[in-house]
Write a protein that binds this ligand. Structure first.
Ligand code: UDP
Ligand code: MG
Length: 316
């Protein structure tokens, strides 16, 4: 039987950014997990512009196992785009998305798959414990998910990353969502279908360090918010109304004090404080609007989402 011509039972997508040390163990564990489901699997590694020897390690795997594919980006495009490229290339009946640093244990994939077999189109893995993460990351992540939940109308599950298993149908619909600022966990929640969760303990990183710098984390958070909520825009509008009312009252008081009471309010301090305060609010508001406008700009430019330098994917 030629496995390559048949549609895989499962595709596993792994974004890779500077993970050279872990790739051999990652492959072993992924392969074992996949074999528990079917011999007919495909592993798709997306090398997102790693600066170490990750690509070399991935190509070594393809020589050992014909079910391994690699996609090599021309530069670093970011985690969400790497996963998207994997989704675009995947052919399996269902698709698992997993981090490449073994923080998401591959052994959970068969569990996700058995839930999927029960009839769920989306099975996401929810972090019960999160080991080896800085206090800063834990606090900001907790806060972010809770804020997001409050300001969006879409029910995005809290404490859940992209580690999940989705049905082919969901992948096909994701491909019809052409936005450039990807926030996949939100898009999948937006799509609906039968969704369920499996709990797991998130391990700590064994080698290397996080590829998510603070600026990448911030951009990712802003993508999530701007793609699923216009509450920040409503908020700055309300802020504008509020401060206009407050200043109107102060103006009335100033007139009253000057013409009726006969004492003019003086003071450089009050003047400079109020000017700078309003100035700050204005700049923040412009920043909020700018966040939305810059995303309109990116989408209108309509550049390709990613550039593949090379891969061993079969020609379409
Ligand atoms: N990653 C990527 N491109 C990036 C940053 C990260 O493909 O620009 C990959 C990385 O190799 C890992 C996954 O995305 O497989 C999650 O990244 P990381 O572990 O750095 O994030 P954290 O777990 O610290 O949130
Ligand atoms: Mg990680």
């Amino acid at each position: 039987m030629d496995l390559k011509t048949e549609q895989p039972v499962i595709s596993i997508i792994v974004p890779i950014y500077n993970e050279e040390e872990i790739i051999p163990e990652l492959y072993e564990r992924l392969q074992n997990a996949a074999l528990k489901i079917s011999e007919n699997y495909e592993l798709i590694f997306v090398n997102d512009g790693s600066r170490d020897n990750s690509l070399f390690e991935l190509i070594k795997l393809t020589e050992k196992d014909h079910r391994v594919y690699y996609i090599n980006f021309s530069r670093n495009f970011g985690h969400q785009i790497a996963v998207t490229a994997g989704l675009d290339a995947s052919k399996g009946d269902c698709v698992a998305i997993i981090d490449g640093d073994l923080q998401d244990p591959p052994e959970v994939i068969p569990e996700l798959h058995s839930k999927y077999k029960e009839g769920y189109e989306v099975v996401y893995a929810k972090r019960k414990k999160r080991k080896g993460e800085s206090v800063f990351k834990l606090v900001t992540a907790k806060l972010f998910y809770r804020i997001l939940k409050r300001i969006t109308s879409v029910d995005i599950p809290v404490d859940t990353g992209d580690f999940r298993l989705i049905d082919r149908k969901v992948v096909d619909y994701l491909k019809q969502m052409p936005e450039k600022n990807k926030f996949l966990r939100g898009q999948i929640a937006w799509l609906g279908f039968n969704q369920t969760e499996v709990l797991f303990n998130r391990d700590k990183r064994k080698y290397g360090k996080t590829g998510y710098s603070i600026s990448k984390m911030f951009r990712f958070a802003m993508d999530g918010i701007t793609s699923f909520s216009d509450k920040p825009l409503q908020f700055v509008t309300k802020l504008g109304f509020f401060f206009s009312m407050v200043s109107f009252i102060i103006i009335l008081y100033a007139f009253y004090s000057h013409f009726i009471l006969g004492n003019t309010i003086t003071g450089w301090t009050s003047l400079i404080i109020s000017t700078m305060f309003i100035g700050g609010i204005q700049l923040i508001s412009i920043g909020v609007i700018g966040a939305y406008v810059s995303r309109i700009n990116t989408n209108i430019m309509d550049r390709p989402l990613y550039i593949i330098e090379k891969s061993n994917l079969p020609k379409k």
